[in-house]
Design a binder for this molecule. Structure first.
Ligand code: 13P
Ligand code: SF4
Length: 324
């Protein structure tokens, strides 16, 4: 009751929603010279109206290249911040400013500064899923699609701090044979998958392949025949001759999997509890309605101090140079 009243009040303040939201968003896009960038974990309607859909690395590259005046980021806060770091003169909009990330939140700047000080002479490689403050304290940024490649390019004798995801960090250690000092952060979505239920699904679907994102725990990764970023998972299930997949990542990706491989069957890996907690509660805060209001009102806007932006830009540029 309270929520409905509040929603109505919010809508009255903002005006009436147009009947055809898709058409209204397309016309605002022209008016603003805007580009809509969406992550694979966004709801299907947002993916369908986006100009570009991608994983974190592809989205950062798209943000770097765009000629648009306005970037509407259908993703979470750290992704929109990344777009702003690369485009200080563009207006960057995030449909819901509360669309954060448990992984980014697991690494507060003051605690990380102390951790870094306790490990002098270490190079800091940070996963892009972190705040601009953490990026500003890092030497190189990586994403799930280039983390292994980036760590492999660092001289063997150089000690490394890897932050903030301990699961991706552990996976990179296994793949590279390097000993990394890990910040103990994690993603609330990728830690929710049940190993027991995945094993039960594999027994019930003996022809199915399990595929997983490296943010998952090692108990889940060991059942996967392919591990990769969202874009890599999408590519893999298109090229593999297998017809059925158990997908251990946020199920928003299944919309594209189904579109690009319509003859195949995708089963979302189940969470431990009987909940929808395999859906990212932050990504799902964005809706088509909020996207429309963000473009109509040119807010909420991503801002940051120029000092932090410049300090965060340097490790971002190193990543882009090292992952061509
Ligand atoms: P990628 O986009 O690199 O696959 O990462 C997934 C994720 O958790 C984004 O928040
Ligand atoms: Fe963050 Fe996990 Fe959501 Fe990705 S899926 S945005 S890492 S909470």
């Amino acid at each position: 009751m309270f929520t409905t009243a509040l929603a109505q009040q919010k809508n009255t303040q903002l005006g009436e929603l147009p009947l055809d939201l898709f058409a209204a968003i397309q016309s605002l896009k022209k008016e603003l010279n805007a580009v809509i960038l969406a992550h694979y974990y966004q709801e299907p309607d947002i993916q369908d109206i986006a100009d570009f859909i991608g994983d974190s690395l592809q989205l950062a590259k798209a943000a770097e290249k765009t000629n648009a005046d306005v970037i509407v980021f259908a993703g979470v806060h750290f992704m929109a911040e990344t777009a702003k770091i690369l485009n200080p003169d563009k207006l960057v909009l995030l449909p819901d400013l509360d669309a954060g990330c448990s992984l980014a939140d697991s690494c507060p700047a003051d605690e990380f500064a102390a951790f870094k000080a306790a490990h002098p002479n270490h190079l800091v490689v940070s996963y892009i899923n972190c705040s601009a403050d953490i990026k500003a304290m890092s030497d190189i940024i990586c994403t799930s699609s280039n983390a292994v490649k980036i760590v492999q390019q660092i001289p063997k004798e150089q000690p490394i701090i890897f932050a903030p995801d301990r699961n991706l960090g552990r996976y990179v250690m296994e793949q590279t044979g390097r000993d990394l000092v890990l910040w103990q952060g994690s993603c609330v979505v990728h830690e929710t998958f049940s190993e027991k239920k995945i094993v039960q699904l594999k027994i019930a679907h003996p022809e199915a392949e399990a595929i997983a994102h490296p943010e998952c725990e090692s108990s889940v990764l060991r059942h996967a025949s392919f591990i990769g970023s969202t874009a890599a998972l999408l590519k893999y299930c298109q090229s593999s001759p297998t017809k059925e997949f158990i997908v251990a990542t946020e199920p928003g990706i299944i919309h594209q999997m189904q579109k690009l491989a319509p003859d195949k069957h995708f089963i979302p890996a189940p969470p431990m509890n009987n909940c929808a907690c395999n859906e990212c509660p932050f990504m799902r805060l964005n809706t088509l309605e909020k996207l429309y209001w963000a473009m109509k009102n040119r807010t909420p806007e991503i801002t940051m101090s120029e000092d932090i932006r410049l300090a965060a830009l340097r490790p971002m540029q190193r990543m882009l140079e090292m992952s061509v």
